[in-house]
Design a protein. Structure first.
Length: 405
């Protein structure tokens, strides 16, 4: 089979990219071709067409209907050249026009994986904005009539009317996909709530290529390390983490934040303001998985402070595979692998004080952290390996390949 993978990420951009990289690698090992179509944001300064994936094609990002119609011919040429048996779309809810989704669906089998909550929330938060509480309503007109999406003037009205129209059409296309993969029960339930037929849905939790046990090079009297690994965006909760660290300033610890993003300067300013700059190291993206696992293995804990429900949060599984427990608000799909009190500690939603309390629990209890990390490793070995995820995904491809269109 030839399965075309479509995504809008480069190979070093987070858990989605890790997931697709390992999927492509295993497909090739099993004798299948797996070219990649990368959607490129041409508005970004310094953009170039250098190939980042093996066997890569590129197409500009598209969101609205007009952008889709303009790119229809280019897409048709690519599909004619590649001749895929199946197309697998990874997210891309705001970067692949419904016009293009419709064109793909008419030519070949179409599979999609839901990698975040954006299809089910206009602002990708799943929170009722006036109160900040988690939302359980269906995305649609009620988001406006309830006061969640507040419009201020005609510009907002036009902007959100377009978003409403395009999102409805895009979700309508996803409802027509041959199969839709949800990485967690949380995302699966949201998909059903938003009209994706349960008979087309498949629950396939993400997995990782299990690393060999990583040597823990910590010494008994070393200062314990708190680890954060992810983009420096507001929704990732990194500001809440900095606030929690501020509340622990009289405790012995050091922290490493691995990632980059628009909040980097603000975080640096906060660390200086709190007098924590000499205790917190900020690293750019670490490209080598071996280095990431070594950092995780040497850490007392990974803090995963996302303030929106995650679809899955693969980085947490990577931490457990390295024998490192996780402290988190544990929202959304994180609960697929997170076990409060077993492989990590859950803090109350958006509560920085409670986040600090849970971090401090593991700082003061190295044996508890080790026990949780060991249980986490066992859980990953049993349920969250890339080979297990691949077997389920391959069976979906084979099922579609064997059935008539």
């Amino acid at each position: 089979m030839k399965i075309l993978q479509i995504l809008d990420k480069s190979p070093d951009q987070g858990g989605l990219a890790v997931h697709v990289s390992e999927l492509c690698e295993q497909l090739k090992q099993h004798g299948h071709a797996s070219p990649v179509l990368r959607l490129v944001d041409q508005t970004i300064s310094g953009h170039n067409n250098t190939a980042l994936w093996q066997d890569e094609y590129t197409l500009p990002c598209s969101y609205g209907l007009l952008q889709g119609y303009r790119l229809r011919t280019a897409l048709d040429k690519l599909l004619a050249e590649i001749k895929p048996d199946i197309v697998h779309v990874h997210g891309c809810f705001t970067t692949l026009s419904p016009v293009l989704l419709s064109a793909i669906r008419k030519k070949t089998r179409l599979v999609g994986t839901l990698h975040d909550v954006r299809p089910f929330c206009y602002v990708m938060s799943r929170r009722y904005l006036p109160t900040g509480k988690l939302c359980d309503r269906r995305c649609g007109a009620g988001c406006f009539t309830s006061g969640c999406m507040q419009l201020h003037g005609p510009v907002d009205v036009i902007r959100f009317a377009r978003r409403w129209q395009v999102d409805a059409r895009t979700l309508g296309q996803w409802q027509l996909f041959d199969r839709v993969i949800a990485p967690s029960e949380y995302i699966r339930d949201l998909a059903v709530q938003h009209g994706i037929a349960s008979q087309h849905l498949r629950l396939v939790p993400h997995g990782i290529k299990l690393p060999p046990p990583v040597a823990d090079t910590r010494k008994p009297h070393d200062t314990p390390t708190i680890m954060y690994l992810g983009s420096l965006f507001e929704y990732k909760g990194v500001l809440q983490l900095v606030e929690a660290l501020h509340q622990l300033q009289h405790t012995d610890w050091r922290a490493i934040l691995v990632g980059d993003g628009p909040l980097r300067e603000q975080i640096g300013q906060q660390l200086n303001q709190f007098g924590l700059a000499d205790r917190v190291e900020i690293l750019d993206h670490v490209r080598q998985r071996e280095e990431i696992y070594q950092l995780l293995a040497n850490a007392r804990m990974l803090v995963l402070p996302s303030i929106i429900p995650e679809a899955f949060a693969l980085v947490g599984v990577e931490a457990l595979a390295a024998g490192t427990p996780v402290v988190s608000f544990a929202l959304g799909g994180i609960r697929q692998w997170f076990r409060d009190g077993e492989n990590g500690l859950a803090a109350a939603d958006m509560d920085c004080k409670d986040l600090a309390r849970q971090i401090d629990t593991l700082l003061q209890s190295p044996q508890l952290a080790d026990d949780m990390g060991n249980r986490g490793r066992v859980l990953v070995e049993k349920n969250f390996t890339s080979s297990r995820a691949f077997a389920h995904t391959l069976s979906i491809y084979q099922e579609l390949s064997a059935s008539p269109r």
